[in-house]
Design a protein around this ligand. Structure first.
Ligand SMILES: [Zn+2]
Length: 470
């Protein structure tokens, strides 16, 4: 019966379909559209054909990729997320598949696709028009921020609109180039920063002058508002984009101390704060790992607010081999104790996960988990294995029975393209645990236990991490 109903529904719905248009230079292509819940969707393939672009399967999963020059756009049939050059963007709705054809919401074309082709796409009624860059608005730089985060400097260029850019590295300079002259009302900037000396905006370029040679650079962009983020660290120069074929020579762990800044996380009875303890433990882990030949980078090294997407973006751009997010638990029952370790799973239920605000992929639809499908499927087994090692070491520390790891849709894990786990180190709502967790002795013990888990995982996967895809 169901197929009949679906067929009937399709007929009714198809009768309401409208003809759309995609306009580009002198070309105009008819694009079938459809309307769902008051929103217009455009069939993807005719638009791509007009632009001489191709939709191909993405790796082995259900996703697709569209490549333009050195840029990569990944999308999924059921996912409201797309990934452009490693950056996750959310559309107003997931795509719709009808009659074997893929229809994308209008925001896909005006947002990610426009950025892929370095143009502007405007929607008028059922017409999408791609404007040549020459006619597009000039990029307007509204602020330049430079923050030293202990070991590296984060320089952020904030723009009024999305802009295309390329980055070139000189020996003591970083040159960010734009297709049009950049508008900037401010003066040339000098910084009191260990790594960045000055910033000069001139014509189609923004030039950052560094205080020393031999730095490494990692570049990515963020939306709302559009920001170009440059992480500049001491060390050998490494290109931020483009395929480097040489296998990585070091195992890199990204440690993610939960919360920070105004986001305090859980709070103990005597005022202990999750954001402070997670950072203290991560800061203890880094030198312990270094002693074992494992490099560690922290998503924050101070009491600063860092968004979840930004944490994942940092990990992906740094090409980490392993990601560990550190948190503390809270529970209504103050006798709840011990550790819990989570990894991401498509089938994850949310009922067992600690309800930390903003941490879970909640949303209205389980379709959001498809993001995990796109970014994380190939790491599922390794993430589960790593979570198990973490849980074993933590149970040993607490003198508890071996407990299994859990699966939950944590947002910060969903965006990470490497094996990843999240550990709730202990319960800050348990007065006894709170007392221990604020103490240096226990923090050091936790750091040692987590480092053991990392080293065991590294040992078990052997040399496989050298060739892992990113
Ligand atoms: Zn937390």
């Amino acid at each position: 019966m169901l197929w009949m109903l679906r067929g009937l529904f399709y007929l009714i719905w198809a009768a309401g379909a409208m003809a759309g248009t995609f306009a580009f230079e002198n070309r105009k292509a008819a694009v079938p559209t459809l309307e769902r819940a008051g929103m217009v969707y455009f069939q993807l393939d005719p638009v791509l054909q007009t632009l001489n672009l191709l939709r191909e399967p993405y790796r082995a999963g259900k996703g697709f990729q569209v490549v333009h020059q050195d840029r990569l756009l990944v999308l999924g049939e059921d996912s409201p997320f797309v990934i452009l050059d490693g950056e996750i963007q959310q559309m107003e709705a997931p795509p719709v598949v009808e009659g074997g054809q893929l229809f994308m919401p209008a925001g896909f074309f005006t947002g990610p696709l426009a950025r892929l082709v370095d143009g502007q796409i405007r929607l008028t009624g059922t017409t999408l028009a791609l404007t040549d860059l020459k006619l597009a608005e000039p990029p307007t730089l509204s602020a330049v921020e430079v923050h030293y985060l202990g070991g590296f400097t984060k320089a952020v260029l904030v723009f009024k609109q999305d802009v295309a850019f390329t980055v070139k590295e000189g020996s003591r300079q970083v040159l960010i180039q734009f297709p049009k002259p950049v508008r900037y009302a401010g003066r040339p900037l000098q910084f009191d920063d260990p790594l960045v000396e000055s910033c000069l905006v001139k014509d189609k370029q923004v030039l950052l002058t560094l205080k020393q040679e031999n730095t490494s650079l990692s570049t990515y962009s963020l939306s709302n508002p559009f920001r170009i983020v440059l992480d500049i660290a001491r060390g050998r120069t490494r290109s931020s984009r483009g395929a480097e074929s040489a296998p990585p020579s070091r195992f890199l762990v990204i440690l993610d101390p939960g919360h920070g800044g105004e986001d305090l996380g859980a709070k103990g009875r005597t005022g202990a704060l999750e954001k402070e303890i997670t950072l203290a433990i991560a800061l203890r882990m880094a030198p312990l790992l270094a002693k074992s030949g494992v490099e560690a980078l922290l998503t924050r090294t101070a009491d600063t607010a860092v968004g979840l997407d930004e944490r994942a973006g940092f990990a992906n751009n740094r090409k980490g081999n392993l990601f560990l997010s550190l948190h503390l638990n809270a529970h209504k029952l103050n006798h709840a104790r011990g550790s819990e370790t989570f990894f991401m799973s498509l089938d994850a239920g949310t009922e067992t996960a600690p309800a930390e605000e903003g941490q879970l992929l909640t949303g209205n639809s389980p379709l959001e988990f498809i993001l995990w499908d796109l970014a994380q499927t190939e790491y599922l087994k390794d993430s589960a294995r790593f979570a198990e090692r973490v849980q074993e070491e933590m149970d040993r520390l607490y003198g508890m029975e071996k407990r299994g790891v859990k699966q939950a849709p944590f947002k910060v894990l969903a965006g990470v393209t490497m094996p990843a786990a999240l550990v709730e180190i202990g319960f800050l709502t348990n007065p006894e645990e709170e007392k221990r967790l604020v103490g240096e002795v226990f923090q050091e013990q936790v750091a040692q236990a987590l480092v053991r888990a990392v080293l065991r995982f590294k040992e078990e996967i052997g040399e496989r991490w050298r060739t892992a895809a990113h």
